[in-house]
Write a protein that binds this ligand. Structure first.
Ligand SMILES: Nc1ncnc2c1ncn2[C@@H]1O[C@H](COP(=O)(O)OP(=O)(O)O)[C@@H](O)[C@H]1O
Ligand SMILES: N[C@@H](CCC(=O)OP(=O)(O)O)C(=O)O
Length: 387
């Protein structure tokens, strides 16, 4: 037994039930190899089975976002290309063609269960930009509230690095952070994580439980001496680490396992369970804290100060008496009381110009004043850090 294995096998594995049992908001990521049956065209039976399981989970009151790869592989199939191109422009063209097939398939499979789907194409940059982050978050939350299943993929037409490295695991973790998911489920072509690539090492041991972010996991999947080919699991482990920072657990399991999602949601432990050590709220505040760059200042009346501080509520425009600075939607502003004492910081939903026009006004008047409504809140409580 290697040092890495013994260290991991010695670590506590106290969990007796699945990390999906209690989860309400879930991101499910399915990889290209699964979706396209190893590049042989879309696997309709598999996609129909996941759709049926996701529909069952929605019936249980869970909210699910699906991150699906497979556009390039399906595009190659449709274009009759036998070999995966290396030129980025050709990969992008294949992805654009294949994405049509992907969404058609998901739409028809979910329709069987009276569920609508929505196509959402994102890049990593979209989620690094606060304004786009807020827009993506608001769209996804609205879709989930409408019981629509968002089907997310990378926007391969406008990126190059992502398509070159083909990494939707990272995208899955970014989405988990975006919507504050409880659990990220990565479905792949293996039973989960092994102490080494099971294709290459027959003695590789299965890891059932570990702490997300444990560095020994990274060594198993892509540590010193391992080839680029082992990146398949490494990106999943790094995704678990990233998801963990926002308080989400990760499960890596086989997408071919019968009824895998439903059984996981019923508490069965299938695959590798990587548990976060972060509290959800702490992680969220931490994320915000990482991005604090003050662009302006809002002065709050005594009522607003009280509801924010004592009741943990959102900041509505009616509680704001002054706006300073020049900020855009999605930037960070300070919230101060009438004596100028800063009590909170948050991501604002309206620009300084808009905020000036809607301050002291009821949220129901926003549309009349601006001609449109972004959100009812000036700063949503999830985007507010109390100091
Ligand atoms: N330690 C490991 N445990 C399990 N699989 C591993 C490990 N290291 C590398 N792999 C490889 O990772 C592959 C899964 O990654 P990948 O092909 O990128 O899947 P997907 O398309 O689902 O994202 C497995 O088929 C396996 O060969
Ligand atoms: N976005 C592209 C590539 C994504 C990709 O290869 O990811 P994965 O198979 O999950 O490692 C596609 O849909 O084909």
């Amino acid at each position: 037994m290697t040092a890495v294995e013994s260290q991991l096998l010695a670590s506590p594995s106290s969990n007796s039930s699945s990390l999906l049992l209690e989860a309400k908001v879930i991101v499910v990521k399915v990889g290209s190899s699964l979706v396209t049956n190893n590049g042989n065209g879309l696997d309709q039976a598999a996609i129909a089975a996941w759709a049926a399981q996701i529909a069952a989970l929605v019936q249980q009151g869970k909210q699910i976002v699906l991150v699906s790869s497979g556009a390039v592989a399906e595009g190659m199939q449709r274009l009759g290309w036998k070999k995966r191109p290396t030129a980025v422009n050709e990969l992008q063209a294949a992805a654009a063609v294949g994405q049509m097939g992907l969404v058609q398939m998901y739409e028809s499979c979910f329709t069987e269960h009276q569920l609508h789907t929505a196509q959402v194409l994102l890049t990593h940059d979209d989620l690094a930009d606060r304004k786009r982050y807020l827009n993506a978050r608001s769209t996804l939350r609205t879709l989930l509230d409408l019981k629509v299943i968002p089907i997310i993929n990378e926007n391969d037409t406008v990126v190059t690095d992502e398509i070159r490295f083909g990494d939707n695991d990272t995208l899955g973790s970014l989405v988990a952070n975006l919507i504050e998911a409880d659990t990220l489920v990565i479905l792949t072509d293996q039973q989960g994580l092994y102490s080494a690539d099971p294709r290459k090492d027959k003695d590789a041991k299965f890891i059932q439980h570990a702490t997300a972010g444990d560095v020994t996991l990274e060594q198993m999947a892509g540590g010193a001496g391992s080839s680029v080919g082992t990146g398949g699991m490494l990106t999943k482990i790094l995704a678990a680490k990233r998801a963990s920072r926002s308080g989400a657990n990760t499960i890596i399991a086989s997408g071919r396992e019968r009824n895998v999602l439903v059984r996981l949601a019923a508490g069965e432990v299938i695959g590798t369970h990587l548990q976060t050590t972060e509290m959800k709220t702490t992680a969220r505040k931490q994320w915000l804290a990482d991005h604090l760059q003050l662009r302006g200042k809002l002065t709050l009346d005594a009522g607003a100060v009280k509801v924010i501080k004592q009741d943990g509520k959102s900041l509505l425009p009616i509680g704001v008496t002054a706006v300073e600075g020049s900020f855009e939607r999605g930037e960070v502003v300070a919230c101060c009381d009438e004596n100028g004492v800063e009590l909170a910081r948050g991501l604002v939903n309206y620009s300084a110009m808009e905020a000036t026009r809607i301050m002291r006004k009821s949220s129901k008047d926003i549309e009349k004043i601006l001609g449109y409504v972004e959100e009812a809140e000036l700063i949503h409580r999830d985007n507010l850090v109390l100091l």
